[in-house]
Design a binder for this molecule. Structure first.
Ligand code: UGA
Length: 514
């Protein structure tokens, strides 16, 4: 640290008071600090214990900081305190176990937590309104409450995805509620973590973006991220293992607050655009008999384009892309720019589900009375999140069209039970879902769905038809296992001697006529 004025940092010494409250924890913390080579840590409050807040809080604690995670939901706090892990996220249980009650405390008292902290990260929800823009009322009420707790220099950091200009509003609200103008700064530090790999995305990021409008504020946030940006975290024997392609230490990019706010929306919009782009190309491939995987290889090896986020499928879902694209479009409109490119990205994404339904109809002819095995409920592999999941939306449409559906997902069954029609059957594994089905649909890119026992699947299915919305298999391999295989942006693969894909698979008793 280079600035004596940063009161936010303190040397890790045990004081009588701290000993009184968490004597054992503090001693262990001090021990850990020595092991980590850390001399200083920051007092951080993270407001909101959703995906971003919980992961950020646990990771900040693992980086050596003292963290209070604040939430106003008593049930959530009680669960966290008692050792439960509310989301399916690799390494999160280990981090919570490591730091709970020591470097990671939980509290429902925002005022006291803000008072005790130097940096306050706001990670509360920003759900979409009916107009598609972000509802910032939670952010506003947190800003109001923090205002009364500012009794020395503090930084309030937006961690939630928010529209550009939110920082200005947060600044105004804090001022209006009585905090002296020079006693705080508002910064933006967008998060780029993906569900399922959130912990490693946080600790091994491609980049850290800090939007700060004063050098004083930027210096404090540099300090918060120093264990990552200076690389000390990665030298620790107990650091969380990084992904193979991790480039450490990550660059820390300092921008203005507004630029940082825009970086978040623009990043998500660009990634969604890549997915819609390749889905549109996949549709052309289907029309002309080209192979989208070959096209992806051909364009993705251009280093200016890159191969990632070019997997065609049933469209993007989740709690981020759909919501953020609408919000970004709305922000642009408010600024006087009609961002029609985003309209098209959203339209292609919705159309992609309809195209998949047409594919199912084409393979099975009519749908009423058909039994379908479905693999996948989560919006993507590696998570139990079903928000805006294309799989769930497709199942709802199939049930509406009169299909009976048997589903399996390794993690998202409980959540899906709450939203799917009562007629949907929940099976205990992939083979069970396939048993007796007229076709097997793959809707989520779970690794275990890419390594199915194909011979057994072929035997279990009533008709050996697989319709893969995630392109997990090589068409020739599927045909060699006796399966008629339909995927995205590639020609169907039919086993030798099989009937064409026009309902000829079906004996008369299985055909329905309207
Ligand atoms: C996304 C971004 O990737 C993160 O960088 C960002 O921090 C996060 O939103 C957020 O704003 O909080 P996430 O929603 O967890 O992360 O999921 P992604 O891995 O991006 O996948 C989103 C959707 O796109 C999924 O439905 C996935 O199946 C689909 N997808 C992804 C494709 O269809 N094709 C691809 O090539 C990649």
């Amino acid at each position: 640290m280079n600035s004596g004025w940063i009161k936010t940092c303190y040397i890790k010494i045990s004081s009588e008071t701290r000993r009184g409250r968490r004597a054992r924890g503090a001693d262990r913390t001090e021990e850990r600090s020595k092991v980590f080579g850390l001399e200083r840590c920051m007092r951080i409050a993270v407001v909101g214990s959703g995906y971003v807040g919980l992961v950020a809080g646990a990771c900040f604690a693992d980086m050596g900081h003292d963290v209070i995670l604040v939430d106003n939901d008593p049930a959530k706090l009680a669960a966290l305190k008692s050792g439960q892990v509310p989301i399916h996220e690799k390494f999160l249980p280990e981090l919570l176990q490591r730091h709970r009650g020591q470097k990671l405390q939980f509290s429902d008292d925002l005022h006291a937590s803000a008072k005790a902290s130097s940096v306050i990260f706001v990670a509360v929800g920003t759900p979409p309104t009916d107009r598609g823009d972000a509802d910032l009322s939670y952010v506003e009420s947190v800003a109001r409450e923090i205002s009364g707790a500012i009794d020395g220099y503090k930084i309030v950091v937006e961690k939630s995805t928010v529209p550009v200009y939110t920082s200005e509003w947060v600044r105004k609200i804090i001022l209006r509620n009585g905090a002296p103008a020079d006693s705080y700064d508002v910064a933006s530090n967008p998060e780029f973590l993906r569900e399922g790999t959130a912990v490693t995305d946080f600790l091994f990021p491609d980049r850290i973006v800090v939007g700060a409008d004063s050098e004083r504020c930027a210096a404090v946030l540099r300090e918060v991220y120093a264990p990552l940006s200076e690389g000390t975290y990665y030298k620790r024997p107990d650091s969380i293992p990084g992904p193979d392609r991790a480039q450490v230490p990550p660059p820390l990019i300092i921008t203005s607050t507004k630029s940082a706010e825009l970086i978040k929306h623009a990043s998500n919009a660009f990634l969604a655009m890549k997915i819609s782009f390749i889905n549109a190309v996949a549709s052309i491939c289907e029309s002309v008999g080209a192979n989208v995987q070959q096209v992806v290889k051909g364009i993705g090896t251009d280093s200016r384009i890159g191969p990632r986020f070019l997997n065609p499928g049933v469209g993007y879902g989740g709690s981020c892309f759909p919501k953020d694209l609408m919000a970004f479009r709305s922000v642009a409109r408010d600024c006087g720019y009609d961002f029609r490119l985003l309209d098209e990205v959203i339209r292609i994404n919705e159309e992609q589900r309809q195209r998949f339904l047409r594919k199912v109809r084409k393979a099975l002819w009519t749908l009423r009375g058909k039994r379908l095995g479905v693999l996948g409920l989560a919006f993507k592999g590696g998570t139990d999140d079903i928000r805006e999941s294309p799989a769930v939306l497709l199942i709802q449409s199939l049930v509406q069209e009169g299909c009976s559906v048997a589903v399996y997902d390794p993690a998202a069954m409980d959540r899906a039970r709450e939203v799917l029609p009562a007629s949907v059957e929940f099976m205990t594994n992939s083979c069970e879902a396939a048993t007796g089905a007229d076709a097997l649909l793959i809707l989520t890119e779970w690794e275990e769905f890419a390594t199915l026992d194909l011979s057994q699947i072929a035997r279990r299915l009533h008709y050996p038809i697989v319709i893969d919305g995630r392109n997990l298999y090589d068409p020739e391999t599927m045909a060699a296992h006796g399966l008629s295989y339909y995927s995205v942006g590639r020609a169907p693969a039919l086993p030798e001697g099989s009937p064409a894909s026009t309902g000829e698979h079906l004996p008369d008793d299985h055909k329905t006529y309207e």
